[in-house]
Structures are given as C-alpha cells and as structure tokens.
Ligand binder design. Sequence first.
Ligand SMILES: *Cc1c(COP(=O)(O)O)cnc(C)c1O
Length: 363
Amino acid sequence: MRDVQDLLLPHIRRLNTYQGVDPMEVLAEQAGIPPEKVIRLNGNENPYGPSPKVAKALGSYQNYNHYPDPNQRRIREALSGYLSVEPERIVVGNGSDELIDLLLRIFMGPGENIIIPAPTFGMYAFSAEVCGGEAISVPRDDNFEIDVAAVKLAITPKTKAVFFASPNNPTGNIATESQIRSILDIGIIVVVDETYYEFCGHTVLPLLQDYPNLVVLRTFSKWAGLAGLRVGLGVMDPVIAQTIMSMKPPYNVNLAAEIALIASLEDRPTLIQRIKAIVEERDRMMGLLQEVPGVKPWPSQANFILCGLPQGRGQEIFEGMCRRGIFPRYFNSSTLKDYMRISVGLPEETDRVVAALADLVRG
Ligand SMILES: *Cc1c(COP(=O)(O)O)cnc(C)c1O
C-alpha cells in the first residue's frame, strides 16, 4: 500500500488551512477560566444573539423530517422583498462562504486565478486554492485603500474574478463605487462582499442593472446573529443565479437556517435597534482606543476595529489579551503582525478590552 498522502491531488496536499474561530470551551480552557467569563471578540459575531423570534420559530416547527426546498422558493421570495431585487437573482448559501466556493467553481478552473486587494478576508484565497486556482494579492496602499491601477495591471487572461470586501475585513473601510465600476468595466466577474452592509448602508446592488458581471454577497451571520446557523446569500445576474442553483448541493440550506432567516426578517425592528447599539458602541470604542498611547485604531464602517500596535509587539500583546480571557483576532502575516482586529461587543466588554490593552501596551 502506498502512502495515502500520495493519492491526494497535489493542490489539496499543498493547501493552507483556513483558521476559523475556536468554540467557547476551547478558548476558556486556553485561558484557564470558565466559558461564561470568556470575552469573545474574534469572529465579528453579534453580541446580542439572534432575534428572540428565531428560537420560538425553531422550537415550534414540526417537520424537520422533511428535506428543505432545493429551489429555496420561500426564502428567495422573502429576501426579494428585503433586498428589492427579483427572486431569480438570489441564491442562498450555507453561509456566504459556500457562495464564494460555488462562484469560484463555476468561473475559475485549475491554473486560473482571482485578484484580491490584500489584506482582506481569508476565505477568498482559501477557496481559490481548494479549486486548484490561485489568489493573486495586490497590496492596498498605506491607508489600506484599494490600488485600482495595480489591480488592473495584475489582471491577465487567466484572471477570472476580482473580490472586494466592502466594508473590508479586517480594515473596516469600503470600496468606492468608482473603484468597483472601473473593474466592472473590464468585463470580468467582480464579487463585492457586503457582509457588513447593515452596519454602514453602503451598497452597490443598484449597479446590477448595468453590470451582469457583478455579484453581491450578503450574510445573516453578523447583523442578524445567525453565524451558527449558516445563512448567506448572493445577488447576481439571473443566468449566473440559475447556474449556481443547478450545480449547488440540492439541500445546501437546512430547514433551521430557512426558519431562522424568515423569523429574522419578520423581526427587523429589533435587529435594527441592536445594529444601532453596535454602531454606537463601535464609535465609543474608537474614541477610547484613540486615547491609548501606542495604539492606532482604524476608522471602521463595520462591527470591528483594526488596531495598529507598537512595532514588533503584536503577537506578545495578543497573547497577553488571551491570557486575560479576551480573544481578539490576530493575523500572523507579515503586513498584519503588529495589528489585531477587535469585534464590537457589549459595553462592559469594551471597557475591559481597552483597559487590558492599555495595560499590556504600557508593559
Ligand atoms: C464573516 C465574513 C463572511 C462569512 O460569512 P458567512 O455567511 O458566515 O459565511 C464573508 N465575508 C466576509 C468579509 C466576512 O467578514
């Protein structure tokens, strides 16, 4: 028998695993504290949880023995009302992560590539590599703004798509409409990931009328607090939508996710109140972080803040936070080694985060 490793496709053998966030129990054990003491600010999750209507709807539903609708009729219809776009343009995914993968599978083959203005969300490069392709990183400028000229220069006949997260994770700034248009005009697929739309109100959805090569991604993970149930969606040209509908796993969105999506849309006033509270708390946290010597918080349109830390001390400060039971997101990359991304949590969490950070930076 040969080594089973040798049976794997070479690009799968080479794969860099995506580092997702660990469960509460794991973080608690790491810090040596009970799970309820953990301050979990590494996944941009919603600190207020899902709408209370979600648990009620999930608990009273009777037919979990049935398969969900492979054509997603009810949820596409409901989303059509929420987004004011035709249901034929909508595809729902098991998180928007699944849609990133499905899009790459229909547009990009082995040996081809996508372009990402870096730093950005890690799943684009990960999914491209799973598909046997490559993500070409085009560095953002010193203010983390997209270098459109450099993106254009990086495009070759092998380039199948450009991915813009707007607001960008982890930098918090948006891609402007003119930046997005200038790449759309080239004619390749442009994916605009609007995961944090509900925290800022900036969207390029209206551009779909002019550009069949535009795909807009949204999710219920962050604003609606459904990260654990996995509900993401894409809005796109009906031909692309139909193509994805016809090649996706038939039951990709489970019934619990469907029910939670509908219940969330029915309880929008509650969720919008919470978004307001998160945005206010973000701005308060920004003010507090600006007062910490040696820390440079970047203005954010999302529910997290990227913080620059004193040179060469990023990892040490991050580890100090974890020891205190506070878990921000640290990126072990050359550009971001002296940064960490802190999700906006509850007000009392902000106070503890800022105090711990000030203490650690002081040394
Ligand atoms: C969190 C995040 C996602 C993942 O969304 P899911 O719907 O939970 O898969 C996608 N894109 C960006 C930029 C994110 O920050």
